[in-house]
Design a protein around this ligand. Sequence first.
Ligand code: GLV
Ligand code: MN
Ligand code: MN
Length: 421
Amino acid sequence: MSARGIATSRAEEVVARCKRLASFSEDPGSTRRTFLSPAMHECQRELTKWLVDAGAEVTVDAAGNLRGFYAAAQSGAPRLLIGSHLDTIPNAGAYDGVLGVVLAVALLEALEGRRLPFGIEVVGFSEEEGVRYGTPFIGSRALVGRLDEELLNRRDANGISVRRAIEGFGLNPAEVPRAVLADDALAFLEFHIEQGPVLESLGLPLGVVEAIAAQTRIEFVFQGRANHAGTTPMHLRHDAIAAAAEWIVAVEQTAHSQPGLVATVGQIEAKPGAANVIAGEARATLDLRHESDDVCARTADTIVRLAEEIAGRRGLKLRRSELLNQKRVAMDTFLVEQIEEALRGIGCTAHRMVSGAGHDAMILAEKVPSAMIFLRSPGGISHDPAESVRVEDVAKALECGLHLLDQLASSSELQKRMCRA
Ligand code: GLV
Ligand code: MN
Ligand code: MN
């Protein structure tokens, strides 16, 4: 088979594997795989088989991250981490996160046993989306030493703490500190679907991420007064849903006021939740992003003030708790330039972009030089079952990854970094 034929069949296999992993779900008929759910066990079991066949040694750390180590040509050499997350949102597509892990496995397979001056550790993070605990990046936080007591004690909707979830998965929370990256970690590389329309609009298969936007998540609880829907006149109500609704529209208007700003109230829950009862409580989440930390912080203040004003005027109380305050993160300049060179080396335009979506790379960047390669998202669709990827783009991503590994293996700058690692 020609080189192109091999690349295409590997890419087809990557797509087929992503679809297979999408079948490991907590929900029948759709994909939902949250932190340390039984479906995560099945997903990891499948990946473990592929990793072992590719020559990696596989472990699961105490935060539930799957880690497959492919040794270097010489023992004691540093390691390059390549990966992404294995958890999903509810009603997910097959590629967000998973593609980056499956592509990393395919890169090991494409090496066909060839060893490099550095080892490769494939990482499948156990949690990135923040679905089960409201707080995202539980898996990658463990690698940078930020899976702390507060997070371990956080509870899900069923009152199960992160600590208990770890035990329930057969792991030992006391060993979480052992998940932290050792000094031999050289860099982190993440392949991910773009989850937006930019690459498609430019007609490009791949792009290189130069920074990941700042992101704030806050939970708001509007506390009103539950009462009878038939007997309480309109001017005597303290309706929590009506207050939340007014605030949600104000959030949308605020986001329109600044280019590049995106604000989403993606979740709302009202109590007691009956057609003939005025809602006594409405809980709503805010997700706010911009490439400038400053704009993100100022807008969060404005939106909090709006909520306070609306609640006050309607005679409601307001509680809020910050779930995430993540600053903009720049990717490593050396790695970005190396990716650009690899893209040009395979005949692609090297397009730089800022990611509006959050990624594990923004957490890993706290501890190791990190970089990301985006694959075009057909239709710009993500966080939806219609999410997809083109086989030819996956083939290009594999080609780019192999080019990059060879470049890094012969880079004098990397040799210097390896001596320091
Ligand atoms: C991750 O999917 C995010 O919400 O950016
Ligand atoms: Mn996602
Ligand atoms: Mn993702």
